[in-house]
Write a protein that binds this ligand. Structure first.
Ligand SMILES: Nc1ncnc2c1ncn2[C@@H]1O[C@H](COP(=O)(O)OP(=O)(O)OP(=O)(O)O)[C@@H](O)[C@H]1O
Length: 249
């Protein structure tokens, strides 16, 4: 498929022939070996696989945080590998949202200002209706004037999710977004992420080690040794656990 045909599809993110190698000689590691993958719009996808299988490398390359050696990555009709550094920065700011394990909120400003920060940095005004929709959906209405340290871990992560959703990015990437939360709070955040795909049309791609977190996704992609080796539709904790066990064999 060419970049032109990829950009016209219903995919929010698509990659073809992605390779990434770290190191040289005896320390050479092929972290991605000719990865071909497409992520449909409005779907929640979890990427799973054994340690070292290439999950983080794939996510970092797809999100433009790391550069692939070859291949193409199409987001919003553009091939990331063709963009200049400035264009890539703009793409990350406008088309890509991030939710990290460690929340990454600015401690000195309120929840509301944290949520608005990417738009303020881009010099853009936010759409008040959309802001209210996101805040209502995430149940943050009475927490907006609090600073991050005045919020629980779950509330802080909901602020991070709201911040990611507010720009209406083409895709939100999550890196173990519930890794620092207890199971009940994690379940709440995952449900909200799932709701954002169903009710707001958001596309989410999440890397996780946790079969419970993955069971909230529509699809689980399984990686091993730098390639995608399978997928599970409508995953359950049991099907994911079983698939991971068979990958480890
Ligand atoms: N900066 C780096 N320099 C050298 N090798 C690296 C680097 N980053 C990753 N690797 C190697 O690339 C391979 C894939 O790593 P990656 O972090 O993508 O795997 P992962 O599936 O996310 O692992 P984990 O589940 O442990 O986080 C591993 O063999 C890793 O050691």
């Amino acid at each position: 498929m060419t970049s032109e045909t990829l950009s016209k599809t219903e995919y929010a993110v698509a990659a073809r022939g992605l390779t990434k190698t770290y190191g040289h000689g005896t320390t050479r590691v092929e972290a991605l070996r000719d990865v071909n993958v497409s992520f449909e719009r409005s779907r929640f996808t979890a990427i799973m696989g054994p340690s070292g299988s290439g999950k983080s490398t794939l996510m970092h390359c797809l999100a433009g945080l790391d550069s692939a050696d070859s291949g193409e990555i199409i987001i919003g009709g553009k091939n990331l590998l063709d963009l200049s550094d400035d264009q890539l920065t703009e793409m990350r700011r406008e088309q890509i949202g991030f939710v990290f394990q460690s929340f990454n909120l600015v401690p000195t400003i309120s929840a509301k200002d944290n949520i608005l920060l990417p738009m303020s940095l881009a010099g853009k005004k936010h759409d008040r209706n959309w802001f209210n929709t996101v805040i209502d959906a995430l149940g943050l209405g009475d927490r907006l004037n609090h600073k991050p340290h005045e919020l629980s871990g779950g509330q802080q992560q909901r602020v991070a999710v709201a911040r990611a959703l507010l720009t209406r990015p083409e895709v939100v990437f999550g890196d173990e977004p519930t890794g620092n939360l207890d199971s009940r709070t994690g379940a709440e955040v995952l449900s909200l992420m799932r709701t954002s795909t169903r009710e707001m049309g958001q596309t989410i791609i999440m890397v996780t080690h946790d079969p419970v977190a993955a069971s909230y996704a529509d699809t689980v992609l399984l990686m091993k040794d730098g390639i995608i080796v399978g997928s599970i539709q409508e995953p359950t904790v049991a099907t994911v656990t079983e698939a991971l066990a068979s990958l480890a064999e």
